[in-house]
Design a protein around this ligand. Structure first.
Ligand SMILES: NC(=O)c1ccc[n+]([C@@H]2O[C@H](COP(=O)([O-])OP(=O)(O)OC[C@H]3O[C@@H](n4cnc5c(N)ncnc54)[C@H](OP(=O)(O)O)[C@@H]3O)[C@@H](O)[C@H]2O)c1
Length: 298
């Protein structure tokens, strides 16, 4: 299959491209070049007027839409850009690609409000910040794109293949290694899945004869606070945990509103597609495995 992945310079997209390359012809786009980029890679600014050139270049059967502005504060301060990249880009892909091309849109728990615990696919979305609203717009354009689509709502953790980038997990690890004090929220709960485990689920979805034309929640099966996650991660990597302090999101005033309950129910996906999603220990073990492998490579 020919697969086009946007956000292929980002945390999930780069790993997805890497893992799908064994079985498929993969084409990646991102907003910048990087040393570890996939073989078939092009810079595409999702603000571009149309995407005809990229569709012509990749001629995909499936497009995985992973490119997004993911920084909540940046989205809050730049709402037009957030709606353009996270939402309207879907409409532009829909206009550029013919109706047989299937779309997989990577969405987020942030489309739900704080008062929903273990949000289900059937729950009403009601995002509380610009990032969540812009992803809701992306979901809207997917649903009305008149083609097979799958929206995957998830909460991911992992390591960046792109050495120019560092996310949540790298931030925790680097702070421990440099003895920098950081604070992780002990009043924010989530059920994370690693990017490698999610990539396996996406591989499975792509392999299905009947493409799941629906919204799916795919995440980990255990709920944890961000603080506890950080501590467990460092313990597993045998790194010092002293630098991590327990903090409260409620005491942060100058940041984009972020839900303190980011949990997703994955019961529907597991039951219907007969999949077993990972527990927290598996997710941390997977990060550990890739972290150690990366150390050996370097
Ligand atoms: N990370 C999370 O906690 C999380 C949780 C739930 C859902 N998600 C969703 O999962 C997906 C992947 O997230 P991630 O963590 O891998 O994101 P990420 O590491 O922040 O990567 C974002 C990607 O989007 C690209 N991008 C940003 N602005 C662009 C523009 N104007 N034109 C073209 N590309 C642009 C970036 O390109 P450059 O880097 O080259 O600029 C990068 O490749 C996103 O759709 C996100 O909404 C993420």
């Amino acid at each position: 299959m020919r697969i086009l992945i946007t956000g292929a310079s980002g945390m999930l997209g780069a790993t997805l491209a890497n893992m799908l390359e064994d079985e498929h012809e993969v084409f990646g786009t991102g907003n910048s070049n990087f040393d570890e980029q996939p073989k078939n890679y092009k810079v595409l600014d999702l603000n571009a007027e149309n995407y005809n050139e990229v569709i012509e270049w990749s001629n995909p059967n499936i497009i995985i839409l992973s490119g997004a502005l993911t920084n909540g504060n940046y989205c809050n301060n730049n709402p037009e850009e957030a709606f353009s990249i996270n939402g309207i880009s879907v409409k532009k892909f829909s206009e550029a690609a013919n109706k047989e091309v299937k779309f997989i849109y990577i969405s987020t728990d942030a489309v739900f409000p704080s008062n929903l615990h273990l949000a289900k696919e059937t729950d009403c979305v009601s995002p509380e910040n610009v990032y969540g609203k812009s992803k809701e717009l992306g979901e809207f354009f997917i649903k009305f794109s008149d083609r097979p689509f799958c929206v995957i709502r998830t909460t991911i953790v992992g390591l960046n293949l792109n050495s120019k980038k560092a996310g949540f997990v790298e931030w925790i690890i680097n702070a421990s290694k440099t003895s920098e004090d950081i604070s992780l929220f002990d009043d924010v709960v989530f059920n994370p899945i690693s990017i490698w485990e999610l990539a396996d689920e996406i591989k499975h979805i792509i392999s299905l004869e009947d493409f799941p034309n629906e919204i799916l929640h795919i995440s980990g099966t255990e709920i944890v606070t961000k603080y506890k996650f950080g501590i467990e991660l460092l313990k597993s990597l045998k790194l010092e945990t002293k630098t991590v302090r327990s903090g409260l999101i409620s005491s942060f005033k100058d940041r984009a509103k972020r839900c303190n309950d980011q949990t997703l129910s994955c019961v529907y996906y597991q039951d219907k597609y007969k999949r077993k999603l990972p527990k927290l220990a598996n997710t941390i073990q997977t990060i550990n495995q890739y972290y150690e492998a990366d150390k050996i490579r370097k």
